[in-house]
Design a protein around this ligand. Structure first.
Ligand SMILES: Cc1ncc(COP(=O)(O)O)c(C=O)c1O
Length: 477
């Protein structure tokens, strides 16, 4: 279980709340929801709604707890690569740089953003299933490790390395068979079926034969430095034991590669998908409750599995890389919405409309993601009714159905928890909605790190061909 305060990091100033939702987010003495030293009701007033709010120190805390969990249990090098895709904010990337985190950059734009934020390129890996020439060149000139995910990618890399006269670090994204997860089921993130079926059915990764062939070519080219095999189990499951099965198979693959080409990958990259849970529930269909493995349980199970399998197969212990996204970012963010119309069908259902929408927390609509909802200005009031909290879109737009909350009226503020990951970075714009601003809170400081979109940002890209313009007024032509 992920106890609040089961881990405390030196140098962080932990606040005390009447009730904690995480170390830096909780209910203050005035009965409002607070992020660090700021009352979120006041943040909503100052910065407007809908509003994303991020706690800088929660980010730092989560990162350190994750890092320390693995570093204290695994005897070789452990590199934590923050999954940039889960929160692309430049301020967030700066925080991760300061903590010493590397990064998983998925595609050219994430790579560019990470470089723009000053991330050490040697700590980045480039992932992607369809990398372009420009993208590969950007990785090569900056010295970023490329995880190959298609047979002909190596042709592009070899040609670019030659043209640019540079050496390149190379990994291969592998397609594990996950036989040990044949009867394990979880969130259907990659289609339907068992965790093994989902893992085999998606587009990523190279088979063992392809992996061996790729590394044979890498070894023949003095410009290419073979570095790692990588795998990403994804947030299909929240149990440490299943990640240990995956880690074991990575060592089996290392042994197979060694047997074929007399070389063992010095690093295995275990990707992301590490869950976190809370008593109020979070994650797909609210599956991530107190029974979710803690960071320490993940680290223990995975480290032991790798050590054991290496011993069995006579494989030298590799360094590990891990790419957590949500585990570091999710509970560091909340989304605020202001209550507007409240509507009741007496005796049947009550709807509380807010100005935040599923555009802003898209995974609620696309992946049944559950976000606990708190009445921010009535956070210590008892729940007196069951309501559906809905956004303004012309879709179901349910941020949370059947939620037990105190009575809400126009002007109140609600907060959806755990929106620090895959929220701003996946937001949509149905009904021509503008994107909210993001405010970063650190102690008593609160600063805008993403500007609220203007109407011109939404409509500015649209064009009508000249031949259509006058016709709208009935003019001939
Ligand atoms: C290659 C890779 N690494 C890491 C992650 C991060 O996953 P999570 O945020 O679930 O930890 C992802 C997510 O899609 C990924 O594709």
């Amino acid at each position: 279980m992920n106890d609040v305060s089961a881990y405390l990091s030196e140098g962080l100033d932990y606040p005390r709340f009447k009730k904690h939702f995480s170390e830096f987010i909780g209910i203050g003495d005035n009965g409002h929801l607070w992020v660090e030293g700021r009352d979120v009701v006041e943040l909503a007033e100052t910065f407007g709604t809908p509003l994303y709010v991020i706690s800088e120190n929660q980010f730092r805390h989560n990162y350190r707890r994750f890092r320390d969990a693995f570093a204290s249990r695994y005897p070789k090098s452990v590199e934590i690569l923050f999954a940039n895709k889960c929160n692309n904010g430049i301020a967030v990337r700066h925080i991760m740089n300061q903590e010493g985190a590397g990064g998983d950059a998925f595609g050219i734009n994430e790579m560019y953003l990470a470089l723009l934020a000053g991330t050490d390129p040697k700590t980045l890996v480039l992932n992607g299933s369809n990398k372009g020439v420009q993208e590969i060149e950007m990785a090569i000139v900056n010295g970023i490790c490329i995880n190959i995910d298609a047979m002909d990618e190596i042709d592009i890399i070899e040609a670019a390395a030659e043209r640019l006269n540079r050496d390149v670090d190379i990994g291969v994204r592998v397609k594990l068979l996950l036989k040990g997860l044949e009867n394990r089921f979880g969130a259907e993130t990659h289609g339907s079926g068992s965790l093994a079926e989902q893992g085999r059915g998606h587009k990523w990764g190279m088979t063992i034969d392809q992996t061996v062939e790729l590394f044979q070519r890498v070894h023949k080219n003095p410009r290419l430095n073979p570095k790692e095999i990588s795998y990403h189990l994804s947030r299909m499951d929240n149990k440490a034991a299943d990640f240990a099965v995956m880690a074991r198979e990575m060592i089996e693959w290392s042994a197979q590669i060694r047997d074929k080409i007399d070389w063992t990958p010095p690093y295995i990259d275990l990707g992301g998908g590490w869950a976190f849970g809370r008593p109020e529930k979070t994650g797909p269909d609210g599956a991530d409750d107190e029974s979710t493995s803690s960071f320490e349980e993940y680290a223990e199970a995975v480290s032991e599995a790798i050590k054991d399998e290496c011993k069995k197969l006579g494989v030298e212990l590799p360094g590990i890389k891990i790419e957590p996204g949500r585990a570091v970012a999710a509970c560091a963010g909340i989304t605020l919405g202001r209550v507007g119309a409240v509507k009741e069908w007496p005796g049947v259902k009550k709807w509380v409309n807010v100005d935040a929408s599923t555009n802003h927390i898209l995974r609620i609509a696309t992946s049944h993601w559950y976000h606990h909802i708190v009445a921010a200005n009535k956070a210590d009031k008892p729940a007196t009714e069951t309501v559906s909290v809905v956004g303004p879109l012309c879709s179901l737009d349910e941020l949370g159905d059947a939620r037990e909350l105190p009575e809400l009226v126009r002007g109140d503020v609600v907060a959806m928890l755990d929106t620090g990951s895959y929220t701003e970075s996946t937001a949509g714009r149905f009904n021509a909605e503008r994107m909210p601003a993001t405010v970063l809170v650190c102690g008593d400081d609160a600063e805008v790190t993403t500007e609220r979109e203007r109407l011109s940002d939404v409509i500015g890209r649209y064009k009508a061909p000249a031949r259509l313009l006058a016709k709208s007024f009935g003019a001939a032509g």
